[in-house]
Design a binder for this molecule. Structure first.
Ligand code: MSP
Length: 641
């Protein structure tokens, strides 16, 4: 079995986990799950970075011992990941004796080879970065990440001969286009290397810092935190002995954000070279989650806690949002409104409705078993081809960490499948026994499309995909290579229409988009309302008081204990609930996606306990009731005049 090894950065324990940290871990978890779907033997590693000035400072601020402090925060990181369904195989702590031993072994080896020497250095040191910065890296004299002025420090220290490997590194990056991705970061690394590389100061005198790994060859010094931290990627594999190192190191890949590009693109490969090891295979660099244009970070005090979002939205919804909303490599802005919008629109409306409509139809029209399909029509084939093409695109994008593209491709098929339901009208086919085979083919096409969609969702939304797989009766059948073809669902097999995948979430009243205030929105008072003329005609004013709008039905469900009423969720353009007395004429699943005309300014009324905000227009023709419609698609909310 091919091996795959992916790591996140190990996070500093000077702060509790926030959404920025969580993003790196979600990315790594999703990719590891994806690689498992490809049948690989995957090892996923994360951990905590526990040495250095910053940690000592944070413990002092918290008025606890450093050990107590690091234990507590490290445990918080460990506990935060399962809440987001992030399941690492190894969790390295740099204060573990095993890790410390590996770091000392490497220091000794590099020292013995002559690549570590003793000297004096004066430079600009940023405490936040725990790095010396060059004048060029400063912005207005300040560290661009921490917005603080670095201190000028001069001291005797040990240095790693990084400069010796500069030419080798330039060649390596140039000859391996995928070594650092996306390309902008490869270019950034190459541009660092245009300047002569300075040697790297890898020690701190114990007079200044004791919370670190003692240098094995000089106990007056501890190891610089980056030299210590980067080695976690090896110590977690049991380096230098052990099978895991031999198996996984040759395929190692790292996920980081752009803040730590330099240590990973420059220090780390040259350190590996000095140890006589091959560099990692690929470095995947992402951008920042921002809050109002500023990086989310503890030091700026603008963080979002992933646990709180999970409580409100569910783990899968948060994972989906993170992966869908950010173009890997670029920055993205976080807002709860955007998360709410993705949740309600992409998950509840698009995916949730497709799933529940399709399964309900299989329940109602095919006795909850996979029907035997007939010869597919051009329309059936079109959806099947689109689903298969999507799978190819999805793999291509995930191989390159382009999650937003992969998900856009999946959602394109979801949207096609929803349209396919509207145009094939299975509920009409079900009325005519002559069309039974056609109905079976349509239902089969929908189930297979859903099965392929489910496959793609395992890495992104593991709980949802598991629910979908269970309903479709394909639990455990999730190898992308084996299952990524058309026609795997066996006719006759039972399916279980299940619970709703995603609850629709209500925005808090203050965040709700307010419908545009127009004259007609005013509830006409009895005094104001012009009375009908004696001839039965209404005045233009009376008509104008009625606000007719186009509404798109985005969800429909039966109302318990009523055989007449359906609860509709419509977009007009704001979301609202309308209770309509059409249950005897329409199935909920045939309504989603339709555009109808509504009276938008009707006084709200409660029907069977559900508040209705408006009325849907329909024509009565004898016993039949036909919903109003438009002859072409219209932006929801458009006025009908
Ligand atoms: N301990 C070092 C990494 C050592 S790796 C050998 C460190 N730790 S950190 O806690 O500061 O985490 C930095 C990483 O957290 C970033 O590289 C990124 O993966 C993640 N993020 C922290 N804030 C972030 C955002 N606002 N946005 C996106 N990712 C962010 O650096």
């Amino acid at each position: 079995m091919t091996a795959y090894y992916l790591t996140t950065p190990i996070f500093y324990v000077n702060a509790q986990p926030h959404l920025g940290h969580a993003y790196s871990a979600v990315v790594a978890d999703a990719v590891c799950r994806y690689q498992r779907l490809l049948g690989k033997d995957v090892r996923f590693q994360t951990g905590t970075d526990e040495h250095g000035d910053k940690i000592v400072q944070a413990a002092a601020d918290a008025e606890v011992s450093v050990k107590e402090y690091v234990d507590k925060i490290s445990a918080m990181f460990k506990a935060a990941w399962p809440v987001l369904s992030i399941v690492p195989d190894t969790f390295v702590r740099t204060t573990d004796p095993a890790h410390m031993g590996v770091v000392q072994g490497i220091l000794q080896q590099v020292y013995d080879r002559g690549d570590i020497y003793f000297s004096e250095y004066t430079g600009l040191y940023c405490k936040g970065c725990e790095q010396f910065l060059t004048e060029k890296e400063l912005k207005d004299g300040k560290c661009p990440d921490h917005l603080t002025e670095p201190e000028r420090i001069s001291e005797q220290n040990y240095f790693f001969r990084m400069s010796k490997y500069q030419e080798w590194l330039i060649d390596h990056i140039t000859n391996h286009p995928e070594f650092i991705t996306p390309e902008r970061y490869r270019n950034e690394a190459l541009s660092f290397l245009k300047e002569p590389l300075e040697d790297l100061c890898i020690s701190r005198p114990t007079t200044r810092l004791t919370w670190g790994i003692p240098l094995p060859f000089d106990s007056r010094f501890v190891t610089y935190v980056w030299f210590d931290a980067l080695i976690n990627y090896l110590s977690g594999l049991g380096y230098p002995a052990g099978e895991n190192f031999a198996r996984y190191w040759p395929v190692a890949e790292h996920v980081i954000a752009k803040d730590i590009l330099k240590p990973h693109a420059i220090y780390w490969p040259t350190m590996l070279k000095a140890m006589g090891l091959e560099p990692y295979k690929r470095l995947h660099v992402h951008g920042y989650w921002n809050m109002n244009e500023t990086k989310m970070s503890k030091s700026l005090g603008n963080v979002v806690r992933p646990g709180e979002l999970v409580t409100e939205f569910g783990a899968d919804s948060v994972r989906y949002f993170l992966l869908r909303e950010m173009s890997f490599g670029l920055d993205a802005g976080f807002s709860k409104e955007a998360l709410m919008a993705r949740h309600n629109s992409d998950l509840t409306n698009d995916l949730g409705n497709l799933f529940s409509r399709s399964l309900t139809m299989v329940k109602n029209f095919a006795a909850s078993v996979v029907p035997q399909p007939g010869t597919p029509s051009a329309q059936d084939r079109e959806l099947a081809d689109a689903a298969l093409a999507m799978l190819t695109q999805y793999r291509e994008h995930l191989d390159h960490f382009a999650f937003h593209r992969a998900l856009a491709a999946v959602w394109e098929v979801i949207s096609r499948a929803n349209k396919y339901i509207v145009s094939t009208q299975p509920w009409e086919l079900a009325k005519d026994p002559q069309q039974a085979t056609q109905l079976s083919t349509v239902l089969y096409t929908l189930l297979e499309t859903l099965r392929l969609i489910t496959l793609t969702l395992h890495p992104i939304m593991p709980e949802t995909a598991a629910k979908m797989a269970e309903a479709l009766g394909v639990t455990g059948e999730n190898n992308l290579t084996d299952c990524g073809m058309w026609g795997r669902l066996m006719p006759g097999k039972a399916i279980t229409p299940g619970a709703q995948l995603f609850p629709r979430l209500q925005q808090e009243a203050k965040d709700k988009p307010q419908p545009q205030k127009t004259k007609a929105m005013k509830e006409p008072s009895t005094e104001e309302a012009p009375a009908p003329e004696a001839d039965g005609l209404v005045t233009f004013d009376a008509f104008q008081n009625l606000e007719l709008r186009v509404a798109e039905i985005i969800a429909a469900e039966k109302i318990a204990k009523s055989d007449r009423l359906l609860k509709l969720t419509v977009k007009a353009p704001e979301e609202r609930t309308i209770v309509a007395g059409i249950a005897q004429h329409y199935q909920p699943e045939e309504l989603v996606g339709r555009q109808v005309i509504i009276v938008a300014n009707l006084k709200p009324a409660k029907l069977m306990g559900v508040a209705s905000h408006g009325m849907v227009l329909a024509a009565k023709d004898g016993d039949r009731l036909i919903l109003s419609a438009l002859s072409g698609p219209v932006a929801p909310g458009s006025r009908v005049a």
